[in-house]
Design a protein. Sequence first.
Length: 263
Amino acid sequence: MTSAFTEHVREEKESRISDPRINDRIRATEVRLVGPEGEQVGVVRVDVALRLAQEADLDLVEVSPNSNPPVVKVMDYGKFKYEAAQKAKEARKNQANTILKEVRFRLKIDTHDYETKRKRAETFLKAGDKVKAMILFRGREQSRPEQGVRLLQRFAEDVSEYGVVEFTPTIDGRNMVMVIGPLKSKADAKAAQAKEKENARAQAPAATPEPETPETKAPEKPKTEEKKPAAAVKKAPAAKKPAAASAAKPAAKTTKKEEEKDA
């Protein structure tokens, strides 16, 4: 009885585990085997399938437990779990909740203000958000709700390219409210925006270098005279002694001769 209870607890634990059964946890005696490349091997005993998975150094994973017999596949279970986790992470990242944006009108709104609010609402709807159009009544305007209905119906027709009415105009206190839902979901709107950006990048012409023009051409540097080597430079002639110095020496000799004669 103890073993039966233990087996029951083990089965309950396994049923709470979301991961598929792998290798020795597979309880079926016969399985329909799929090879690692997706090839159909056929119905084989589970011990044969385990041996083939071990020989390929891979895991045997039960991919369809409710089939008869269960379908198992030979694969790298660690890699499979990693790729599944990455896909789930990317899905959570791209998941976006629809936001309810609000656009307010006055019953006597001018054309320019109406067009500004219409363009803003179209931007919200393109991004995948809902638009809550609200008319604020003042004083005696509350006695003319049909004018508010006509204004909201006109607004719904003007933005019908991007959204559809989800809640028709209703009175909410002193206001009248209508909700318009987008034609595209938030995720589809983001995907469309990303595709438009990729197409814009692909269609952008490649940058080509501009041809040189006299205005853009860089000015040439002026040529400088090459210096001659030092050996080629002629030495300047020595300066001649002044005539006064050469004339002074004979005068000195004459004076000496005169002194000898006098002696």
